[in-house]
Design a protein around this ligand. Structure first.
Ligand SMILES: Cc1cc2nc3c(=O)[nH]c(=O)nc-3n(C[C@H](O)[C@H](O)[C@H](O)COP(=O)(O)OP(=O)(O)OC[C@H]3O[C@@H](n4cnc5c(N)ncnc54)[C@H](O)[C@@H]3O)c2cc1C
Length: 131
């Protein structure tokens, strides 16, 4: 059986939907210090890639809406207001991702380090941040 690893500190590469969920899981559940590296200038991954501050080409096109209902794409402790439509526009998702990132930053200020304009080109495992 693989040895259980109980990190005290982790790195998350990319502040998209998955990266923000990973940071939430480790910080909320386990109080782990998280350092996030994002090559772009803002959080949200593809959903914020049309923002004027984004420095990467976007795959989002005009009038794109999510193909799944909003309840399936919300963070459990950051629910959508009940008067939102079921299928959200990419603009609305962009705002949601930005506001969720701000909430995370405020809530976990002391255990959440964020690095923008930080493209990760190499990773390796070390013993730093392990119990
Ligand atoms: C046009 C389009 C429409 C879509 N529509 C839907 C939909 O309706 N419903 C749905 O559920 N999904 C949809 N998707 C899928 C979408 O990819 C996911 O919803 C979700 O955004 C994926 O999140 P992610 O965090 O995995 O990746 P991303 O959102 O791509 O985020 C990855 C992040 O990592 C950063 N990054 C990448 N490499 C590095 C590096 N080396 N160093 C530092 N940072 C790095 C990127 O800049 C980015 O911010 C769609 C995708 C596209 C392209």
């Amino acid at each position: 059986m693989p040895k259980q690893v109980n990190p005290t500190e982790i790195a998350v590469i990319g502040f998209g939907v998955a990266g923000l969920a990973t940071a939430t899981r480790y910080q909320l559940a386990e109080g782990v210090k998280v350092t996030m590296y994002e090559r772009n200038t803002l959080a949200g991954g593809i959903w914020t890639s049309r923002h004027p501050d984004s420095i990467y080409e976007s795959a989002i096109y005009d009038n794109l809406s999510a193909n799944v209902p909003r309840q399936l794409i919300e963070y459990s402790h950051w629910p959508w207001p009940s008067d939102e439509p079921a299928f959200l526009s990419s603009e609305r998702l962009s705002k949601y991702m930005t506001s969720y990132f701000e909430v995370l930053q405020l809530r976990f200020r002391d255990a959440f380090e964020t690095k923008f304009n930080a493209t990760v080109t190499f990773v390796c495992r070390t013993n730093v941040g392990r119990k």
